[in-house]
Design a protein around this ligand. Structure first.
Ligand code: SF4
Ligand code: SF4
Length: 78
């Protein structure tokens, strides 16, 4: 697994915003440093209603050889 960095490429490729479990960009911004890129940023501070996770379809996930998912609930990729 490669470390996920905060850069434009990764921010643009993150598909958390399309995920049914994503609490919403503005709601998230009030509580987290960054909306999305949870594989790098770690858990959301919001309570997440787990309605599915899109991470395995994400380019960031593939490019960095990540495993697992629900990083917004479980914390950053290890
Ligand atoms: S792997 Fe998941 S948390 Fe990480 S950038 Fe992709 S969609 Fe976002
Ligand atoms: S980490 Fe997974 S479950 Fe959480 S918002 Fe991103 S795609 Fe959805």
């Amino acid at each position: 697994m490669k470390e996920v960095h905060v850069n434009l490429h990764n921010i643009r490729n993150c598909i958390c915003g399309k995920c049914p479990s994503f609490p919403g960009r503005f709601k998230e911004m009030e509580h987290a440093q960054m909306p999305g890129l949870f594989c790098r940023a770690g858990k959301s501070k919001l309570e997440i209603d787990q309605k599915g996770c899109l991470c395995s379809d994400c380019e960031v996930f593939k490019e960095h050889g990540l495993s697992g998912g629900y990083f917004c609930v479980n914390g950053k990729a290890q």
